[in-house]
Design a protein around this ligand. Structure first.
Ligand code: SF4
Length: 63
């Protein structure tokens, strides 16, 4: 089963990198924090690369 990513919004610094890189997966919410709105909007490999690029490493896989 595909892994599902989520953003730890307590740690997100609103840099927009994830939403800019994978706009089909991540978006910035009304509070200016990133969220996953379509966990299947990109391959796991692409999501992993964005996780690794997040400057505060606050994107994680569930379980
Ligand atoms: S890359 Fe990380 S810090 Fe930047 S907006 Fe996305 S979740 Fe937040």
């Amino acid at each position: 089963m595909a892994r599902i990513a989520y953003v730890d919004q307590d740690a997100c610094i609103s840099c927009n990198l994830c939403a800019d890189t994978l706009p089909d997966v991540f978006r910035m919410n009304d509070a200016g924090l990133a969220e996953v709105y379509d966990p299947r909007g990109a391959s796991e490999e692409a999501i992993q690369e964005t996780m690794d690029a997040c400057p505060v490493a606050c994107i994680h896989w569930k379980s």
